[in-house]
Design a protein around this ligand. Structure first.
Ligand SMILES: Cc1cc2nc3c(=O)[nH]c(=O)nc-3n(C[C@H](O)[C@H](O)[C@H](O)COP(=O)(O)OP(=O)(O)OC[C@H]3O[C@@H](n4cnc5c(N)ncnc54)[C@H](O)[C@@H]3O)c2cc1C
Ligand code: SF4
Length: 473
C-alpha cells in the first residue's frame, strides 16, 4: 500500500445518500458516488493481509487487496484491468452487492471494514468515465453456437464469457427488455437502468445477439434450439413466490412483491399500465409482510408513490445488531439491516404472525395478527408458539407479500425438457453445470434458488467455463 499504516490513520467513511426529503420525490439513485480522493484515502485502510479473507468472502474471488493497492497509488487503469478479470458486472455489484467481502475483512474483527464495495464501484465508474471500458470482441470465432435462455446477471455473464472464447452466443429473453431482475425487480432508486443499458450496449458490440419478447418453450420450441445450437443454457431465474394461504387471501388489494415492483419499474420506464391493473400505494395504508430486502424495496416504492402509512411485519425475531458468538468473523452474519428505504419512513415489527385478512366489499381492510415466540421442541427444532391474548388488528388498504421465492417455474421449459430437479425444486446439475439432459446447462437462481447478483455472476462464469470445455472435447 502507498501507506502501510493507513488503517490507523483513517477511519471508514461510509457511503453518502441524498437527503430523504429530496430522494423520495424521485426514482433516481439514492447513493452518491464518493470523490476519487476519498476513495484513494479509503483504499489506504486496506492492510494487504497475507491471507486476504475478503478475497475468500467474495464468490467471484475479486482481487481486492491488489486493486485497493493500485488505487491507493492512483493506478486506476490497472485497478480496472484487474477488476474486470473476475467481475463482468462490477457497476452492478458495486451498487447492489451486500458486500460479503466486507464481513470477512480483517479490520472487521475490531474496527470497521474497508469500504470494498464502494471502492469497486469507484474503479468501474472511473473506467467508464475515462473510456477504458470498450467492446472487446474475440479475434477468432469458433463455429460453435450457444443459446442462453434469460438475460439476468447469470445469463449476461455466461454470454460474455462464452463470447470471449469465440463462440456465437444468442440470448433469448421473454420480457420486453433485458436484465432480468436487474431490469424489473430492483427499483431505479437502487439501480438506474441506464447503468444496465450501458453494459448491454458493450455486450452487443462484442457480438452477442439479444432477442427479446421470446419465451423459449412457448414462442420457440426447445427442440428447435437443441437442433440449431451446440449447447443450451437455462438461466431463467427463480420466481415462484411463497404465498400466505390464509382466510381472506382472495380479497382485492393483496399482491406479491415482485408483481408490485415489476409494475412500478415499468411505470418509471414510461410504460402505461391499464387502469384496472394498477397497483399504487398513493394515500393508502400499506402493510408489507416479510422483513427481507424485497420487502424493503417495496417500502421505498410505496413511499415514492405517496403511501399514507407503511408497516413492515416479520415472523422471525429481530436480528441482533452485532455478531453473536455463534457467528464469528469471518462468516457472513445475519444482522439487523436498516436500508435507505427503511430510513425513508416505515414502522417495523418482528415476531408477528398474520392469521387472516378481513375485508369490506371484496377489498382488504385489516390483518388479524398475533405475537409469537419460538420454542425448541424435543428434537431441538424451533416451533412457533402464539403468545396468548396478544391478538391485534392492523388496518390496511394494500398488502404486499414479500415472503421469498420457492423455485423456478416448472411449466414450459423444465417440463418440456423433463429435467431432474433437486430436493428444493431447482434444476439439478452435475458439478459441470450440466442438467440431466446432455448439452443442456443451467446456472443462476434457476439452479441455486433465489440468491444474490454476485452468485448469479459466479454461476454464469463457471457455467461458461464448463460449456467451453465441453465444446472443445
Ligand atoms: C426485488 C428484488 C431485489 C433484489 N435486490 C438484490 C440486491 O440488491 N442485491 C443482490 O445481490 N441481489 C438482489 N436480488 C437477487 C438477484 O436479483 C437475483 O439473485 C439475480 O437477479 C438472479 O439472476 P438470474 O440471472 O439467475 O435470474 P433473473 O435475474 O431472474 O433473470 C432471469 C431472466 O430469465 C428470463 N426467462 C425466464 N424464463 C424464460 C424463458 N422460458 N424464455 C426466455 N426468457 C426467460 C426472465 O424473464 C428473466 O429476465 C433481488 C431480487 C429481487 C426479487
Ligand atoms: S462482488 Fe460483492 S463480495 Fe465481491 S468484492 Fe464486490 S462487493 Fe465484495
Amino acid at each position: 500500500m502507498a501507506e502501510i499504516r493507513g488503517f490507523l490513520k483513517f477511519k471508514r467513511k461510509d457511503q453518502v445518500y441524498r437527503p430523504v426529503m429530496e430522494r423520495i420525490r424521485d426514482y433516481r439513485e439514492v447513493a452518491l458516488l464518493p470523490s476519487n480522493e476519498d476513495v484513494e484515502r479509503q483504499t489506504l485502510r486496506c492492510m494487504d493481509c497475507g491471507t486476504p479473507f475478503c478475497h475468500w468472502g467474495c464468490p467471484l474471488g475479486n482481487y481486492i487487496p491488489e486493486w485497493n493497492d493500485l488505487v491507493s497509488r492512483k493506478e486506476w487503469y490497472k485497478a480496472y484491468q484487474l477488476l474486470s478479470l473476475t467481475n463482468n458486472l462490477a457497476e452492478i455489484t458495486g451498487r447492489l452487492c451486500p458486500a460479503l467481502c466486507e464481513y470477512s475483512c480483517t479490520l472487521e474483527i475490531n474496527d470497521e471494514p474497508v469500504t470494498i464495495r464502494e471502492n469497486e464501484l469507484a474503479i468501474i465508474e472511473y473506467a467508464f468515465k475515462n473510456g477504458y471500458v470498450k467492446p472487446n470482441p474475440p479475434l477468432k470465432r469458433t463455429k460453435k453456437k450457444i443459446a442462453i435462455v434469460g438475460s439476468g446477471p447469470a445469463g449476461l455473464s455466461c454470454a460474455e464469457q462464452l463470447n470471449r472464447k469465440g463462440h456465437k452466443v444468442v440470448v433469448f429473453e421473454k420480457d420486453n427488455n433485458f436484465g432480468g431482475l436487474l431490469r424489473h425487480g430492483v427499483p431505479d432508486f437502487k439501480l438506474e437502468k441506464w447503468v444496465l443499458d450501458r453494459r448491454l450496449e458493450i455486450l452487443k458490440k462484442e457480438g452477442i445477439e439479444f432477442v427479446k419478447n421470446i419465451e423459449v418453450g412457448k414462442d420457440i420450441k426447445v427442440g428447435k434450439l437443441l437442433k440449431e445450437f451446440n449447447a443450451l443454457v437455462l438461466s431463467g431465474g427463480c420466481r415462484i413466490p411463497r404465498d400466505l394461504k390464509i382466510e381472506g387471501r382472495n380479497l382485492k388489494g393483496i399482491y406479491f412483491a415482485l408483481d408490485y415492483l415489476t409494475q412500478a419499474n415499468r411505470r418509471v420506464a414510461g410504460e402505461t399500465i391499464p387502469e384496472g391493473d394498477l397497483i399504487d400505494a398513493k394515500d393508502k395504508r400499506v402493510v408489507i409482510i416479510g422483513g427481507g430486502d424485497t420487502g424493503s424495496d417495496c417500502i421505498g416504492v410505496a413511499n415514492r408513490q405517496g403511501a399514507k402509512k407503511i408497516i413492515q411485519i416479520e415472523l422471525l425475531p429481530q436480528p441482533p445488531l452485532k455478531r453473536s458468538s455463534n457467528c464469528p468473523w469471518p462468516s457472513y452474519p445475519l444482522l439487523l439491516k436498516t436500508t435507505s428505504s427503511h430510513e425513508e419512513g416505515c414502522q417495523r415489527y418482528w415476531q408477528i404472525l398474520t392469521k387472516k385478512f378481513l375485508g369490506e366489499n371484496g377489498k382488504v381492510k385489516k390483518l388479524v395478527c398475533v405475537k409469537v415466540n419460538f420454542e425448541k421442541d424435543a428434537v431441538g427444532c424451533f416451533k412457533i408458539k402464539e403468545i396468548p391474548e396478544t391478538e391485534f388488528e392492523i388496518e390496511a388498504d394494500l398488502v404486499i407479500l414479500a415472503l421469498g421465492f420457492l423455485y423456478p417455474q416448472k411449466e414450459g421449459l423444465i417440463e418440456k425438457l423433463n429435467l431432474e430437479l433437486d430436493e428444493r425444486g431447482n434444476i439439478k446439475t452435475n458439478l459441470q453445470f450440466m442438467t440431466s439432459r446432455k448439452k443442456v446447462f443451467a446456472c443462476g437462481d434457476m439452479r441455486r434458488g433465489q440468491s444474490l447478483i454476485v452468485w448469479a455472476i459466479y454461476e454464469g462464469r463457471e457455467c461458461a467455463h464448463h460449456i467451453d470445455t465441453y465444446l472443445r472435447i
